[in-house]
Design a protein around this ligand. Structure first.
Ligand code: SF4
Ligand code: SF4
Ligand code: SF4
Ligand code: FES
Length: 957
């Protein structure tokens, strides 16, 4: 029951320099040594019947349907478990084989409900297919004896059903959970006739360790494990390949459709980032796209205390344009700006920054990458010469030592985590640097060799201490440094890291990590052949985020771990298009391709192409916009796809800034927290309703394809085009492919990118140009993008956010598997069954000291604000540290976080906030105000005045 139209070769491909030639049914075929007879047969154009084999899993040899005859061998070996040997002569079709297969199928069918016509997988069932293939015409054994046809279903998972009566115990689901996903949630319990698939310790799927990735559902050849949407809607009738709109892994999916409705999302086995795997978000949590909360009509209002009025697209867009021009006339050209989201496509982001620069006439454009990976852009550009990760995801399969810093891929990049875990199970070593004991530290068959459980805010001290060990113990790669790096910068850096205050012993007390562990980790990393570093927001979202990124690049260069497969510096981008949002020039100082706005040559090129004059001065960053709003100089904002009220730090500061503005235009799927402060609402389109591209964490550009019409009538890029035209700046694109053609023409690293080429290759990793016409999987081979790699000293400075007697604990924030970012999408799906509220993780010692028990309501207070959450007592966090997620607006995690930010990029210091935590009995003052305001805003939207009844005076203002 795999993907429509995908050939299943039965067993995985093997890679070998040696090839073996065999003969199958008289056809000669040469395959890589180690290839199974079954797969060789497929390559020869012969399909051997099979049930327990599928090419995403190692063969198991249990169903005995794939038996073949091999000349000179006795018996009937299973073709799936038999490797090809030179000169083998195989027969796949003989009367004896036909008999054996029929007998086998008869046994299966005699213990299987005969309800094919009403079965949800009728027409897409391998058992049914095989019964047809072997020519089964009668079943001699009745149902009188013992059978499994009355077994109960497990419907506990919201997305798929487990109908044990249909299970043929082929073990595919168990292997998928182990090999593909790495969760090990399933076993076959019992023996012989009693054998059954069991989740956990004979638990239901929901009670077990299952993380609902769906790999078992995909692998199941029968209707036993089936998506509930398929049960409800029936089989799809067409499909289109598109890209997941959640995290930076960028999984490729086939959207299987019935008319304009999605039946299911099936991970694309030809997807270069995911190879047929997915997680609970991408595979199952797409229901938000048709959720009743979607706002499908443009709306306007004069003040945020007014009810919304539904208007036509033209009226809304013209009103927004006239307001922006009015504000500019009153407060000056620089008084308005735009914010794009990493959830937008490349084409949308490109258009928004073009609109701001060309139509607004300033550079006040920023993106949510400001609050996540802007230090990556800065730090990697300074050291390696390009603001992007260096590898493909597949590169991890060649890593010998994996270092994960400040990231929890099992929650935030689950499909890549599965791949990483596969490599770890093969024997790669693991170093985790994280204040929490994440799933990557310890999970089935995975255990970190070193877990440096540092205090939040001390990353830079740890990375410099690691470098100290590398240099003082002579573990560096002298040849690499001499050939590839700047001599002077290396000398300076070496001198710096060797200073005694940077030794592990000197920083142990400060970081909370023993000198022994730092030394051990450094030795392991430097001495382990291919060392690959993966990092996340636990690196960037600090006051020294950029310094830490540079420290990581220093360590990689010093150990010679850049410029080939299996190594590298790999930022794990949080959202689907963080990389793309940065590439597309949505920062106030950079045009597409990371070129500074002050560069006259570059600016002139854009001025000629865009037929406008560009301001050479960088514009406002997001935090500067808020400050300027409070100063009365920034009065209008176009915000596409980003919920700044919930996602940006110090919520009360953000909302005060928004309340001070005169016109906020929000373009989004839902009336999000920011829209509650808006004056114009422009309905957004989900990823299913538009064409475009996303660029994942590996710089991989993949197509997003429209599978259904835009529910509100316009795709997002069309709305920006309409706004530009209403502002008097003409844009005339007919399709996003034309926008990409313009990006390619103006951006050297994208020069060779086109929709046609993406369609041909499946996806492309930039740089893609004449020098690399099919893209660049590994960067910096032979030479860094900037020529020589540059070492930069990473002096540690403690954050200004100090723990005191009043605020004795450190709050650090992060994500969870089932929810995504501000939760606007995932909260509107059954994913809430796994995580229905943000919780505060508290160490048992801290809890006991404060009299906090499991599930108690606790007040958490920082210098910025106060909120109330329920407590989870856990040793995942260390004493002195508390942790929460930020997926639910009412929990207000960002009411607590402060205005502290990275020195170079202003990326907020989400990961370190000094707090106090106490048991409480009622919501915080902020929560009470929020609840009241939020309810009022929902009422103002519900009490919509339709366009017929609208107050025309508003438009005539
Ligand atoms: S859904 Fe994923 S985690 Fe759950 S049992 Fe299936 S393969 Fe394992
Ligand atoms: S649930 Fe499906 S995949 Fe698993 S053993 Fe049963 S038939 Fe095979
Ligand atoms: S959320 Fe990320 S890992 Fe999950 S399916 Fe989407 S892209 Fe893949
Ligand atoms: S397919 Fe080979 S034994 Fe099942």
């Amino acid at each position: 029951m795999n993907q429509l139209n995908d050939l299943d070769c039965g067993t995985p491909a093997r890679v070998s320099e040696k090839s073996v030639t065999i003969e199958i049914d008289g056809i000669a075929v040469s395959v890589a040594a180690g290839t199974s007879v079954m797969r060789a047969a497929v390559e020869a154009g012969v399909n051997v019947p099979k049930l327990c084999a599928t090419d995403s899993l190692e063969p198991f040899g249990s169903c005995r349907l794939c038996l073949v005859e091999i000349e000179g061998r006795r018996g009937y070996p299973a073709s799936c478990t038999t490797p090809c040997e030179l000169g083998m002569k195989v027969r796949t079709q003989t009367p004896k084989l036909a008999d054996l297969r029929k007998g086998m199928m008869e046994l299966y069918i005699s213990d299987h409900p005969l309800d094919c016509l009403t079965c949800p997988t009728n027409g897409n069932c391998e058992l049914q297919d095989m019964a047809g293939v072997v020519g089964l015409r009668e079943v001699r054994y009745g149902y009188e004896g013992k059978n499994h046809t009355k077994l109960a279903k497990d419907e506990s998972n919201p997305y798929f059903s487990y109908d044990a009566s249909k299970c043929i115990v082929c073990n595919r689901c168990v292997r998928a959970c182990e090999e593909t996903q790495g969760t090990f949630a399933l076993t076959i319990s019992g023996r012989g006739f009693e054998s059954r698939v069991s989740a956990g310790q004979d638990q239901s799927f929901m009670e077990s360790e299952c993380v609902s990735c769906g790999a078992c559902v995909d692998a199941c050849p029968t209707a036993t494990l089936t998506e509930k949407t398929v049960i409800m809607m029936g089989q799809a009738e067409h499909s289109k390949v598109t890209t997941c709109a959640y995290c930076g892994v960028g999984c490729s999916f086939k959207a299987e459709m019935k008319g304009n409705e999605v039946v299911r999302m099936v991970p694309n086995k030809n997807g270069h980032a995911n190879h047929g795997h997915a997680c609970v978000k991408g595979r199952f949590a797409w229901g938000y796209a048709t959720h009743q909360d979607r706002m499908l009509k443009p709306m306007i209002r004069k003040a945020i205390t007014d009810p919304w009025q539904e208007v036509s697209w033209d009226e809304a867009v013209n009103y927004a344009a006239s307001e922006f021009r009015r504000i500019q006339a009153k407060f000056g050209k620089d008084s308005i700006g735009g914010i794009t989201s990493s959830r937008c496509t490349n084409e949308e982001t490109y258009l928004v920054q073009k609109l701001v620069r060309a139509a607004f006439g300033n550079n006040n454009v920023d993106t949510c990458a400001r609050v996540c990976h802007s230090p990556t852009g800065y730090g990697l550009k300074q050291t390696l010469g390009e603001s992007a990760g260096t590898q493909t995801f597949d590169s991890v399969m060649k890593a010998d030592v994996i270092m994960i810093i400040g990231a929890n891929p099992a929650s935030a990049h689950p499909v890549f985590a599965s791949q990483m875990k596969r490599r770890l199970r093969q024997g790669a070593k693991l170093i985790v640097i994280d204040p929490r004991t994440t799933e990557m530290v310890k999970s089935p068959h995975i255990a970190a060799d070193y877990h440096l459980k540092l205090m939040p805010g001390t990353n830079v001290a740890v990375i410099t201490a690691l470098a100290h060990v590398v240099m003082s113990e002579g573990l560096f790669d002298a040849a690499f440094i001499a050939e590839r790096c700047e001599e002077q910068s290396f000398q300076d850096w070496q001198k710096f890291v060797l200073q005694p205050e940077n030794s592990p012993e000197a920083v142990a007390a400060l970081t909370g990590v023993s000198a022994e562990d730092i030394r051990g980790a450094a030795r392991l990393f430097a001495g382990g052949n291919n060392g690959a570093i993966y990092y996340g927001l636990g690196v960037t979202e600090h006051s020294q985020g950029s310094t830490m990124v540079m420290g990581i690049a220093n360590l990689a260069m010093a150990t010679g771990n850049v410029g080939r497969e299996g190594v590298g510096v790999n930022p794990l981008r949080g959202q689907n298009n963080v990389q793309g949002a940065c590439d597309m020039g949505s920062f106030p100082h950079e045009l597409p391709g990371y070129r500074h706005i002050s560069d006259t040559t570059v600016r002139t090129e854009f001025e000629q192409a865009w037929q406008c004059t560009l301001d050479p001065e960088p514009g406002l960053r997001i935090p500067n916009m808020f400050d300027a709003a409070l100063d009365g100089t920034f009065m209008g904002l176009y915000c596409e796809g980003e919920d700044i009220v919930q996602s940006d730090p110090n919520t009360q500061h953000v909302t005060a800034a928004l309340a001070a503005m005169e016109c906020i235009v929000v373009q989004d799927l839902f009336l999000n927290e920011t829209a509650k402060y808006a004056h114009v609402f422009l309905p957004g389109s989900s990823f299913l309703e538009k064409d475009g591209t996303f660029t994942n964490a590996e710089r991989r550009i993949s197509r997003v394809r429209k599978v259904m019409p835009a529910k509100a009538g316009k795709s997002d890029w069309e709305v920006t085009v309409a706004l530009a035209n209403a502002l008097g700046y003409p844009m005339a694109y007919q399709h996003p492919s034309e926008i990409m053609d313009e990006i390619a023409a103006l951006t050297p690293t994208f020069r060779g990118v086109s929709y046609k080429k993406i369609d041909e290759l499946g996806s492309i990793q930039w740089p893609c140009n004449d020098a690399a016409p099919e893209g660049t999987p590994t960067m910096h081979i032979g030479e860094f993008l900037r020529g020589k790699g540059r070492f930069i000293n990473t002096q540690f400075f403690a954050t200004a956010e100090k723990v005191t007697r009043k605020f004795p604990l450190i709050l650090t924030t992060g994500r969870i598997l089932s929810q995504y970012n501000v939760g606007a999408q995932t909260r509107r799906t059954d994913n809430v069954m796994w995580h229905g509220e943000d919780r505060l993780e508290v160490h048992p010692h801290d809890a006991e000291e404060r009299g906090i028990k499991q599930d108690d309501w606790v007040g958490i207070e920082s210098r910025a604000g106060q909120t109330v959450l329920r407590a989870t007592i856990t040793e995942r966090v260390q004493p002195g540290v508390v942790y929460t997620t930020f997926h639910f607006p009412e929990s207000g995690a960002n009411v607590i976080t402060t205005n502290n930010s990275d020195w170079a990029t202003n990326c907020p210091e989400y990961k370190v906030t000094a707090v106090q935590v106490m048991p409480v009995t009622q919501p915080s003052a902020w929560q009470k105000t929020y609840n009241r305001f939020s309810d009022e805003q929902i009422q103002l939207a519900k009490g919509l005045v339709s366009s017929d009844e609208k107050d025309l005076a508003l438009l005539g203002k």
